[in-house]
Design a protein around this ligand. Structure first.
Ligand SMILES: O=C(O)CCC(=O)C(=O)O
Ligand SMILES: [Fe+2]
Length: 300
């Protein structure tokens, strides 16, 4: 089965990005959007080996759920036959190599991150460097905590395969190997993002996806919370992380914001979140009324 292609643009404006993609939970490739990052030129294999060769890293098996600990130097120098077996998936930038933050720039249109309202001790830290040799890949998954992500490729190439939204049960998706040449089980429609160095990909909250590296690939993934995914995961945020105070805090900020472009951007996110929340409540209200009517019809 062939996969359709994820939309791609070069120089897409921030308004379009939100209206067409972020606000509608649709993946999109922004070609060349991180070409200007200092990290694009600086983070060569030699640089990583010389600066972080001794760093202790955790590797994930490409085939199984196994994990193992090693040194970055040894991972970069793995013999050919071992290379596709292990993937460095979660090298936490803020905790393990914070100085590298200077070499990356939050991409335009992704500056809003409402995660900052989550109490510090509960706030997940989700800025990761991925390093994989040719043939490494990860399982089909949705990102944690109902967050969306942006993913920038610094070196090499990456294929990210999305499952189109549909009714395939989660356990079936979890068990699927979307990169197998002959897949078993029910086929579901998919959409591919072929990324090259310098490209950025938007990964919407709740979208099933898996990545594989056809070449050595170095990338950065950052998860975030904004107007689109807060409303899409309302009940989760309400229970866990105080959805209401996140919105109240941002509405206060809107009142203080003078810059017209920043005001417009924040206002779009806030209406997406509040409208989404209201629509969901209205649907719940309707469903409850229907249940109440059924109950009444049974004579209680
Ligand atoms: O680059 C990868 O292998 C996976 C990226 C991804 O899906 C993630 O960080 O959630
Ligand atoms: Fe992911």
């Amino acid at each position: 089965m062939t996969s359709a292609a994820v939309d791609e643009h070069r120089g897409l404006g921030e308004y379009e990005l939100f209206e067409r993609y972020v606000g509608t939970s649709t993946p999109v490739i922004l070609r060349g959007a991180i070409d200007h990052w200092p990290a694009r030129r600086k983070w060569t294999r030699t640089f990583l080996r010389e600066r972080y060769g001794d760093a202790e890293i955790e590797l994930s098996s490409t085939e199984t759920a196994e994990r193992t600990v090693g040194r970055l130097r040894d991972y970069l120098a793995l013999p050919e036959r071992e290379r596709a077996k292990w993937y460095l998936c979660d090298w936490n930038v803020r905790q393990q190599c914070a100085e590298l933050l200077d070499d990356i720039v939050t991409p335009d249109g992704f500056e809003i991150d409402w995660m900052r309202h989550v109490p510090r001790e509960e706030r997940p830290d989700m800025l990761w460097i991925y390093i994989g040799h040719a043939g490494t890949r990860g399982p089909l998954h949705v990102d944690n905590y109902g967050t969306s992500a942006w993913l920038g490729v610094l070196r090499g190439e990456k294929l990210v395969r999305f499952v189109e939204p549909g009714d395939t049960p989660a356990d079936e998706l979890q068990a699927a190997d979307v990169f197998a040449t002959r897949r078993r089980g029910r086929a579901f429609p998919m959409r591919d993002a072929h990324l090259r160095a310098g490209d950025l990909l938007f990964v919407p909250a709740g979208c099933w996806h898996a990545a594989m590296n056809p070449t050595y690939c170095l990338s950065v993934t950052a998860n975030f919370l904004d107007g689109a995914n807060l409303s899409a995961n309302r009940s989760f945020w309400l229970q866990r992380w105080h959805g209401r105070s996140i919105l109240a805090g941002e509405i206060d900020r809107l009142a203080r914001t003078r810059n017209a472009a920043a005001r417009a951007r924040l206002a779009r996110h806030l209406s997406r979140a509040v409208d989404g929340w209201q629509a969901e409540l209205a649907a719940e209200q309707e469903a409850l009324e229907e249940l109440a009517a059924r109950l009444r019809s049974h004579g209680s």
